[in-house]
Structure formats: structure tokens, C-alpha cells
Design a protein around this ligand. Structure first.
Ligand code: SF4
Length: 306
């Protein structure tokens, strides 16, 4: 692939600074194409922790860079811009969570990794969209509070094998929750051969229409292994760039024009160049918060795989 002059400059600076570039699956294609690693937020943070590089340029939203800073405090984690919020992560604050916990003494809190470090620090265990059911199944309590994504909590409640009450939080991702069943049905009618893959952050009515419910990493794996040729992708559109590259000959359709995460798309190559040239914007987590947040992440990682 021929790189643009800005892409070449990013690669040159990465080499000069002995840095690596991590890009989320929802990033613009021009950034995905020059990333050292592509993936979902937790996989990228774990990659950051394992790499020998001392500088990590994290192309994703703010909470993702924070997760990398939780896992590898000795490294420099750079976020190319600061205006990269996530409506889901912002739907829960420490103060609100502490107030809810006070109303629910003894009820464990399961927190989706799409949350701030401060909220993770007040949680018992984290989960991802790929392991939410496994994490819930691992808990002995009869009731748990799942924050912040109510759609993920409902999905886990529906699919857990346990007798467990899952209390939800009033939070959702505007991008995934905004996908309507009508849009999916219209896309299915236009592409009757296509399988519909939906992300657990979609609303329950959309999940009811799915052939498969998968996290982003689960979708990538599923499509690679599937003999099917056409797929409707019920998650943020950016992932289709990678799906097309990894699966030439297969066809991908997005069911809605609105499946775009604006903050994810704000990072430009100019921002990445400036981040490397000026060491900006370094993301750190206060040690007292980091240690407690790390415990919640480590408890999740200790949950046995099926
Ligand atoms: S797609 Fe949704 S959950 Fe993911 S970063 Fe964007 S707003 Fe947050």
C-alpha cells in the first residue's frame, strides 16, 4: 500500500521515538493503515502493557488511553487530542456510582471497560462486551449492578446461565443504541443473503434481529472463519475498513448512516504527528485510583475462559 506523505511522517516519527501506534477498530482508515496494532480497547491496552516500546500513541477515545495508563504506568501514553469523550463512559461518575452503591450494600458492581479509571476504581470487577456473560456467571452474589451500559446488562441478563438479578444503569452508547430495528429490516430486505452481526451495545429490539451477537473482536473472528459471503455489520462503521482488508471477496453493509462515533473520527494524521513531535497529550491516572482500577481489571482477567 502506498502511504501518503503524512502517513510516512508518522511512521518516521514513531521509529525515531521508538514508539508504537495503537488504533481502535473504529478509527479512520488512514490511521488504521499505519497502526502497529489494531483492536478493541482492552486488547490494545494489553498490547501496550506487553510491548517493549516506551511511548504509546493511542488512537481511540479518552477512557481507552486511560486503560492503557492503568495497565502500564511506566510508559508514556499519548492521546493525539483531548476532545475525545465517550457518551457511554460519561454517563456514570464516581459520585453517582457511590450514591447508588450506598443504596445497594453488598451488591457487587460489574463495570464495562468503557468507563473512566475513577469509576473502575469504585468497581468490583470489569467486563468487556466479549466476556460480560462469563464475568456475571463467575459471581456468587444473587444480585449485581452492571454499569454503565444498560443494553449490555440486559444482554447479559438474557444470556446468563445463572439465577442472578442484574440491576442496570441508565447509560448507553448513542451510536449503537441509535440503530433502529426498522433500519436493520430495511437493510436485510435489500441484502437477503447477508447475515446480520450485532454488537451487544445495540438495543434489545435490534439484538432480537441478529444472526450473531458479537463484540468487535468477535465479529472479526466470526467473519474470517465463516463460509458466508455477505454481512450486515451492526456496529460502528470504521470496522468495515478492516473487515474488507481481511476478507477480500466478502461483502459488508452498514445498516445505518448514523453508525459513526464522532469522537473516534476526530483524530487526524496532523494530530498524530503533533503528539509525537510535542509529546502531547500525555494521559496519566493518579496512583491511588490506578491501583484500585487495576484490581477490577485484573479480577476480570482472572475469570476462567469457557
Ligand atoms: S462507539 Fe459508543 S461506546 Fe464506543 S467510543 Fe463511541 S460513543 Fe463510546
Amino acid at each position: 500500500m502506498k502511504l501518503s506523505s503524512q502517513q510516512q511522517e508518522v511512521r518516521r516519527l514513531l521509529k525515531e521515538r521508538r514508539a508504537i501506534l495503537l488504533a481502535h477498530n473504529y478509527q479512520p482508515g488512514e490511521i488504521q493503515d499505519i497502526a502497529d496494532f489494531l483492536g478493541d480497547s482492552l486488547a490494545l491496552s494489553m498490547t501496550a502493557a506487553e510491548t517493549a516500546a516506551e511511548v504509546i500513541v493511542f488512537c481511540g477515545v479518552h477512557f481507552m488511553a486511560e486503560t492503557a495508563a492503568i495497565l502500564c504506568p511506566e510508559k508514556t501514553v499519548l492521546l493525539p487530542r483531548l476532545d475525545l469523550g465517550c457518551c457511554l463512559a460519561e454517563s456514570v461518575t464516581t459520585a453517582k456510582l457511590l450514591a447508588r452503591k450506598a443504596e445497594l450494600p453488598g451488591v457487587p458492581v460489574v463495570t464495562y471497560v468503557n468507563s473512566t479509571a475513577a469509576v473502575k476504581a469504585e468497581s468490583d470487577v470489569c467486563c468487556t462486551s466479549a466476556n460480560a456473560i462469563r464475568v456475571v456467571n463467575s459471581l456468587a452474589a444473587p444480585r449485581v449492578l452492571m454499569v454503565p451500559d444498560q443494553n449490555l446488562a440486559r444482554y447479559a441478563a438474557r444470556h446468563t446461565a445463572k439465577e442472578i438479578e442484574i440491576l442496570t444503569w441508565e447509560g448507553w452508547c448513542n451510536v449503537h443504541d441509535g440503530l433502529s430495528p426498522e433500519e436493520v429490516l430495511e437493510c436485510k430486505a435489500a441484502h437477503p443473503q447477508a447475515l446480520f452481526l450485532a454488537h451487544p451495545e445495540c438495543n434489545p429490539e435490534v439484538l432480537d434481529l441478529a444472526d450473531e451477537i458479537r463484540s468487535t473482536s468477535g465479529m472479526l473472528k466470526y467473519v474470517l472463519e465463516s463460509p458466508e459471503k455477505e454481512f450486515i455489520i451492526g456496529t460502528e462503521k470504521g470496522i468495515i475498513h478492516r473487515l474488507r482488508q481481511e476478507n477480500p471477496g466478502k461483502l459488508f453493509y452498514s445498516p445505518s448512516k448514523r453508525l459513526i462515533c464522532r469522537p473516534m473520527k476526530r483524530i487526524t494524521l496532523t494530530d498524530v504527528i503533533k503528539a509525537l513531535q510535542e509529546n502531547r497529550h500525555q494521559i496519566t491516572v493518579p496512583e491511588e485510583i490506578r491501583v484500585r482500577a487495576l484490581k477490577a481489571v485484573e479480577r476480570m482477567l482472572a475469570v476462567p475462559r469457557d
